[in-house]
Ligand binder design. Structure first.
Ligand code: CTP
Ligand code: MG
Length: 224
């Protein structure tokens, strides 16, 4: 296998405000995280999955999937980027995919597309076009200007890069205190222009309580 997947799963899910981190909430007949991991395991060019879990996580080891032979864990960090960097230290393959634990509705065709694109250009991310007219605020509750919608994309995951390039970019960007909210932002900071791969809008990140019902709906629709 030429790819390793990194899954940051060390967040607390504060916006979900549930009794446990959102990646451990029930979804269908299992949990959010198990759906996410099974979606990656289905792809046979992904060898190992490195899951970053919180240091005092009491949930992960109760999942049946915790004992899967292709899954290993590392400790997460303070921010998502710290969790990803910790996981990257365990990646030995040339290429790496990073996918949020909280995105259980990844479609196999999108996964395949970003893996191919990531090898060609300076990495690649799944993204989808914004649908609404976009405004820039003036900081005083009014509009400063309209932003051309054609230029704007939602950044999704997976994001796919050459492992050594991403590891270096993340290390340097974090050391300089750059604001890094996805892997592509570290690559941009290092001067690269990762490709945008248009993906499905149903690859949502479970963020607020109503997203669980949406994810359930999308998972039922998925016929490959
Ligand atoms: N994540 C992580 N380590 C952190 C913070 C986040 O591994 N220190 C992971 C989350 O578990 C999630 C993904 O990064 O799978 C995307 O982050 P987000 O949706 O913001 O999750 P949370 O930080 O858990 O949620 P919130 O921001 O609402 O607290
Ligand atoms: Mg967060």
């Amino acid at each position: 296998p030429s790819y390793t997947a990194v899954v940051p799963a060390a967040g607390i899910g504060s916006r979900m405000a549930a009794d446990r981190p959102k990646q451990y909430l029930p979804l269908g007949d299992s949990t959010v995280l198990e759906h996410t991991l099974l979606g990656l395991l289905k792809h046979d060019t992904i060898g190992t999955i490195v899951v970053a879990i919180a240091e005092h996580d009491a949930w992960f080891n109760n999942l049946a999937i915790a004992r899967h032979p292709r899954i290993i864990t590392v400790s997460g960090g303070k921010e998502r980027a710290d969790s990803v960097l910790n996981a990257l230290q365990q990646v030995a393959t040339e290429w790496v995919l990073v996918h949020d634990a909280a995105r259980p509705c990844l479609h196999p065709a999108d996964l395949a597309a970003v893996m191919v694109a990531g090898q060609q250009a300076q990495g690649a991310i799944l993204a989808c076009r914004v649908r609404d007219t976009m405004k820039r605020g003036n900081g005083l509750g009014a509009i400063a200007s309209s932003v051309p919608r054609e230029e704007l994309w939602h950044a999704l995951t997976p994001q796919c890069f050459a492992t050594t390039t991403l590891r270096q970019a993340l290390t340097d960007a974090l050391a300089c205190g750059a604001s890094i909210t996805d892997e592509a932002s570290a690559m941009e900071w290092a001067g690269f222009n990762p490709a945008l791969v248009e993906g499905r809008a149903d690859n949502i990140k479970i963020t607020r309580p109503e997203d669980l019902a949406l994810a359930q709906f999308f998972l039922k629709q998925t016929v490959d």
